[in-house]
Ligand binder design. Structure first.
Ligand SMILES: Nc1ncnc2c1ncn2[C@@H]1O[C@H](COP(=O)(O)OP(=O)(O)OP(=O)(O)O)[C@@H](O)[C@H]1O
Ligand SMILES: [Mg+2]
Length: 257
């Protein structure tokens, strides 16, 4: 399990059925997926296609009706609550759609908290928190409480907090939903940095096609199933090459990229 690029995550034929009154919703209809350590994965798909449900199963916040979820080779669907909590604390950083920051604590304290609670403390809490917040462009907001921060800034604090204990796996449900273009760039650059430095596996759900085009691997969920699984950057390259070819054929001067 120590090789550089083993499967940090494996989902096997995961299904999720939810009962609402008499109606059964099939939120996931058999999803299988392997993700390597250090991969930057995006998940897109229409509203209601099962993106948050899938992320919840991967993060151990919910259990599948059927199927398995392996984190670092351990099937987390078979763990009891205590074992699951431990895996979640040690291996998974989670950024929720609602950021869940503690309102009475400053940004620095919010990010320090999970470091103080870690079983094996590997960082100085305040130092690590300050460094992370600085990476996300909040070096001058350490002492602000959530209510004294903008929505986008709170979102970045939530991402920094999810990374506090350097988890091998970061899961984020629309982490840039509230951000303008320049803050989105700050977040994407910071996530890339984290991926490169720590070989962190990052899985983000997004509706933003700008972000979707920047990930290493892009999965499309439609109606509870994986409809597409591509490398958006090489696809983009193929498309660009195709355009160049067509321009040559028509005698136009190809634009240099
Ligand atoms: N707690 C629940 N009880 C019943 N049905 C649910 C529950 N949570 C989600 N669903 C249903 O499961 C399906 C998948 O929901 P999910 O939240 O995973 O979608 P999503 O792809 O994240 O959508 P969005 O882009 O709107 O966030 C939807 O049809 C939804 O109505
Ligand atoms: Mg969702």
């Amino acid at each position: 399990m120590n090789s550089a690029n083993h499967d940090v995550l494996r989902v096997e034929d995961a299904r999720k059925e939810l009962k609402v009154g008499e109606v059964t919703v099939h939120a996931l209809k058999g999803v299988s997926l392997s993700v390597k350590q250090g991969e930057f994965l995006g998940i897109i798909g229409p509203s209601g296609s099962g993106k948050s449900t899938l992320l919840g199963l991967i993060g151990g916040l919910d259990t599948p009706t059927d199927g398995k979820v392996f984190i670092d080779g351990t099937d987390i669907t078979r763990l009891n609550e205590r074992e699951l909590t431990r895996i979640r604390n040690e291996k998974i950083g989670f950024v929720f759609q609602a950021f869940n920051l503690i309102p009475t604590l400053t940004a620095l304290e919010n990010v320090s908290l999970p470091i103080q609670f870690a079983r094996k403390q590997q960082f100085n809490p305040a130092k690590r928190a300050a460094e992370l917040l600085d990476t996300f462009g909040l070096g001058d907001r350490l002492d602000h409480r959530p209510a004294q921060l903008s929505g986008g800034q709170q979102q970045r604090v939530a991402i920094a907090r999810a990374l506090a204990n350097n988890p091998p796996l970061l899961l984020a449900d629309e982490p840039t939903g509230n951000l303008d273009t320049s803050s989105t760039d700050v977040v994407m650059n910071a996530l890339r940095d984290v991926q490169r430095k720590f070989n962190t596996t990052i899985i983000i759900v997004t509706h933003n096609m700008d972000i979707a085009s920047q990930v290493d691997r892009l999965i499309t969920l439609v109606d509870g199933k994986i409809a597409d699984d591509i490398d958006p950057r090489s696809t983009a390259q193929r498309a660009a090459v195709q355009i160049l070819k067509e321009k040559r054929a028509t005698g136009e001067t190809p634009a240099v990229r």
